[in-house]
Design a binder for this molecule. Structure first.
Ligand code: PGA
Length: 253
């Protein structure tokens, strides 16, 4: 089974509009002609609309970093799936560990966001991953299974075809500490098996599972060579166009 690689940049709370514009013009030049993989940029909310216009007609797609589950209403500070679709955004990151840990999002809220994103035609990237404490107490498999079953609760089989899962061990995010190749492959295999239990074998086979956590140009080739790794979700190393372009062209490193 050949799953199409997906290289996604999570800019988090970085970059002004003008910084976004200079990034995009440099980046497009660096990744022109690469059509055998999906390339995605997730900027902050104030850059989203302008980025959609700048990337219109290119092979680079835009994702949001978060979304609320209601379409509209008295929810100060939130952005709805309808609003993302309205400006031409096609994907959204849901349940990132910073959302879970800093903003206290739980699996139930994440599940509502997943269902709402799918029903609005957005492709959700569900982020899951264990903390250092959970890994050290041997609970990684249990934690991943729980985050998947709660985060994907109530999704129909056809919904499961629309999603992407990102495995991001919390202790490897922004720390410079990457998981070992064995740890990554093992976690990705566990995720695929769990999806197979929840849906069908072909859906699990087709599911793209990204790795995230200190991915850099120097380690991306080896990570991408793992059997169950289909892409990367990149924070720090995606903030410079040269560095993220090197990650996109992972086999050349
Ligand atoms: P990092 O972040 O690449 O800076 O570790 C990854 C992420 O949070 O998605």
């Amino acid at each position: 089974m050949m799953r199409r690689p997906l290289l996604a940049a999570n800019w988090k709370m970085y970059k002004t509009l003008s910084e976004m514009e200079s990034y995009v013009s440099a980046f497009l030049g660096l990744v022109s002609g690469i059509t055998d993989r999906d390339i995605m940029l997730a900027p902050n909310y104030t850059c989203l609309g302008d980025m959609v216009s700048l990337l219109d007609g290119t092979h680079v797609v835009v994702a949001a970093q978060n979304v609320f589950y209601e379409e509209e209403g008295a929810f100060t500070g939130e952005i709805s799936p309808l609003m993302l679709v309205d400006i031409g955004v096609g994907s959204v990151i849901i349940g990132h560990s910073e959302r879970r840990h800093i903003f206290h999002e739980d699996d139930e809220l994440i599940n509502r966001k997943m269902k709402s994103a799918i029903s609005h035609g957005l492709c959700p990237i569900l982020c899951i991953g264990e903390t250092l404490e959970e890994r050290e107490s041997g609970e990684t498999t249990k934690v991943l299974a729980r985050q998947l079953s709660r985060g994907l609760k109530g999704l129909r089989e056809r919904d499961m075809k629309e999603i992407v899962v990102a495995y991001e061990p919390v202790w490897a995010i922004g720390t410079g500490r990457t998981a070992t190749m064995d740890q990554i492959q093992e976690a990705h295999r566990v995720i695929r098996e769990r999806i197979q239990d929840m849906a069908r074998e072909d859906i699990a086979e087709n599911l793209r599972i990204l790795y995230g956590g200190s991915v850099k140009p120097v380690n991306v080739k080896e990570i991408m060579s793992l059997e169950d790794v289909d892409g990367a979700l990149v924070g720090g190393a995606s903030l410079e166009p040269e560095s993220f372009a090197q990650i996109v062209r992972f086999e050349e490193n």
